[in-house]
Design a protein around this ligand. Structure first.
Ligand code: DGY
Length: 409
């Protein structure tokens, strides 16, 4: 019986397609942005050159405007929908037209700290690219203050209840006929519903219609919401990028200003009625009034407070394993449906970075213990039912293996 460490390394090797890693075989056959950054972190524990190669392939797909897309379609695979023809971004290699949570600077900093000398030239070459990507976030997605998303897929937490009010305004009927591929790979009850998919596709079609003009997408697109999750991830990543820049003797004044501006916007996503950070529909100013894992990422940016922590403990105590992606006491809670309830080892690992930095070793230890139990019982699944540990979504998942190697195991 091979150890879980060996199994985790074997998963990364098996999902390696040569310079980039797929999240899992079948369900996700391309390079995904934040998955890739986690893959790099995992590789850094046993193959540092491969770790840097992963980040380099990711950043090589950067658009001229600085955006780093959420999917890079290196080799066309009919097993995934929506593929490059639907996105029609006309890039080489083809990519999607939206971004994904900018965890790369934070994880690159951790990778660099594991081998400062060996990683120096890699970090120095990546820095200007990360800087341009962060500038893109600041200039195109933070115009309202907090970080905004133009598509639920941009949040990485695709179908979480946070987006329900924004999705109500999207006309899914214009999506037309198409065949989903995800439900052929995994149990459909663990995936988003058809009504959500119709709307996902309709938002993509709008992007195609305006030639992926980001200013028009933000100004006129069918969906625009403030995302607490990305806000905290970006704020933390700005601070990590500034630290990287200082170590490289770069001028980081601009990055510090972005971070300060983003931090000053945090009160605008605090929902007093909920007593927590909350997603907000930027078209209407309305709060989502739902508590989800995005709010708890506040720890990552040193932005938690006792009121939020009381909610964290309530939702965490309501389940057995890990922090759930949605509030178990809310009507919308669905313990196996993607981001509407399951616990995600990768998000647990991100929160744990925040817990540790805040000196909350109690919270880190509990989260680690519960995440280890999930993986020991049921393997390296994409996500788990937080009540009974049922493995959900894709198996042999890259980022679950990666966080085992870097944090949980
Ligand atoms: C999917 O296909 O479910 C992805 O999460 C979209 O990026």
């Amino acid at each position: 019986m091979t150890s879980l460490d060996e199994q985790a390394r074997a998963i990364l090797r098996k999902n390696d397609r040569g310079g980039y890693t797929v999240p899992t075989d079948g369900l996700y056959p391309y390079q995904w942005n934040w998955d890739s950054a986690f893959a790099a972190w995992g590789f850094a524990t046993f193959d540092p050159p491969r770790a840097w190669a992963e980040l380099e392939t990711l950043m090589a797909s950067q658009w001229d405007d600085g955006m780093v897309p959420h999917i890079i379609f290196h080799k066309v695979d009919p097993g995934y929908f929506p593929g490059p023809d639907v996105w029609a971004t006309h890039r080489s290699p083809p990519t999607s037209g939206i971004s994904q949570p900018p965890v790369a600077a934070t994880l690159a900093r951790l990778i660099w700290e594991m081998d400062t000398e060996g990683g120096h030239s890699h970090m120095a070459a990546l820095f200007p690219k990360l800087l341009r990507w962060h500038r893109w976030w600041h200039e195109t997605r933070c115009t309202y203050g907090p970080a905004a998303i133009t598509h639920p897929w941009e949040s990485g937490r695709d179908n979480c209840p946070d987006w329900d009010i924004g999705m109500e305004g999207v006309d899914g009927s214009r999506a037309g006929d198409y065949t989903r591929r995800d439900t052929g790979h995994v149990d459909p009850s663990m995936r988003p519903r058809k009504a959500e998919y119709d709307r996902y596709i309709a938002i993509v079609q709008f992007g195609v219609e305006v030639g992926w003009d980001q200013a028009r997408i933000v100004a006129e697109g069918p969906f625009l919401m403030a995302d607490p999750g990305i806000t905290f991830i970006l704020l933390r990543a700005h601070e990590d990028l500034a630290a990287i820049g200082r170590a490289l003797n770069e001028d980081v004044t601009e990055i510090e200003a972005w971070a300060a501006q983003l931090r000053s916007a945090l009160p605008t996503i605090w929902n007093p009625a909920l007593g927590a950070y909350d997603a907000k529909n930027l078209r209407t100013g309305e709060f989502a009034n739902v508590l989800g894992s995005g709010a708890f990422l506040a720890y990552l940016a040193d932005a938690s407070n006792p009121e939020l922590e009381a909610h964290l403990m309530r939702v965490w105590d309501a389940v057995t394993y890990g922090i759930p992606s949605a509030d178990p006491e809310a009507e919308v809670f669905d313990p196996r449906r993607y981001w509407r309830g399951p616990t995600w080892p990768v998000v647990n690992a991100l929160m744990a970075i925040g817990f540790r930095d805040a000196g909350r070793h109690d919270l880190d230890a509990r989260l680690r213990r519960e995440t280890v139990e999930l993986i020991q019982k049921n393997g390296f699944a994409e996500y788990f039912d937080p009540n009974d540990a049922t493995p959900c979504g894709g198996a042999n998942f890259t980022w679950t293996a990666a966080i085992w190697l870097t944090w949980a195991g």
